[in-house]
Ligand binder design. Structure first.
Ligand code: SF4
Length: 231
């Protein structure tokens, strides 16, 4: 399996995978150096730890061909696994469903904004239209477990006007995380001329209040740290 990192801290084992089927122009993860780890090595690492929670993230974990043996092995070890995905592989989420505690899925923009999603993901129009259907399927599957939907707030695509087109897809999620773009320059490359945290924290809070009408909890993450809004 191709990994960028494997760590165990702050109550979570984090397995960060390399490689993605999107080419988002602001993504740092797809450029990070990778190293080969076997499923057995990762399971041995996890098995030696008393940490129960495991996060499978990075770029796109569902592309790893040995993902299922890893997920099943973690389940056998009694770990609580959260699987992150961009939603392009609903078949993998379906297979993982019996063995994971929950999912983290990203929504990039309103699904009717085909042009916007193309700019955000570097995908062709044909692939973007396919992605919309795949994301729908993935959301349906992921809502059967604990689900965090995370939205990278890039103001040209996600703002107080366009958020109403995303709201219907949020219903049924456990929480939504709104991430202020460029709030951590280590995570984002400059995009659309943005090279510092944007939009304003005030707009983040307004978006958070709107999203809270659809889900029990909203997390705001940005240059001001973290804020949790609950019903
Ligand atoms: S979907 Fe996520 S991991 Fe993949 S290229 Fe885009 S930002 Fe990076």
């Amino acid at each position: 399996m191709k990994l960028v990192s494997l760590s165990d801290s702050k109550g979570q084992i984090r397995v960060e995978f390399a490689g993605c089927n999107m080419k988002c122009p602001y993504c740092v993860h797809i450029h990070q150096p990778k190293k080969e780890w076997s499923v057995e090595d990762i399971l041995e690492y996890a098995g030696k730890s008393t940490t129960e929670d495991v996060y499978l993230g990075g770029a796109e974990p569902t592309l790893q061909k040995d993902l299922m043996p890893l997920i099943e092995g973690l389940n056998d070890l009694g770990k609580k696994t959260i699987l992150k995905s961009n939603g392009m592989k609903p078949d993998v989420l379906e297979a993982a469903l019996p063995y994971v505690h929950g999912f983290v899925l990203e929504i990039k923009a309103p699904k009717d904004d085909i042009e916007g999603i193309m700019e955000l993901t570097g995908m062709s129009e044909k692939r973007t239209r396919k992605y919309s259907d795949l994301l729908d399927k993935s959301l349906k599957i992921a809502k059967k477990r604990w689900l965090r939907i995370w939205i990278r707030v890039i103001p040209e695509y996600v703002n107080t006007e366009t958020i109403s087109h995303i709201l219907p897809d949020l219903e049924g999620a456990s929480e939504v995380m709104l991430y202020q773009f460029m709030s951590n320059p280590d995570f984002d490359l400059p995009f659309m001329g943005h090279n510092e945290a944007t939009p304003s924290w005030r707009e983040m809070k307004d978006l958070g209040k709107t999203v809270l009408t659809k889900v029990p909890q909203v997390r705001l993450v940005g240059e001001r740290g973290k804020m949790v809004l609950s019903k």
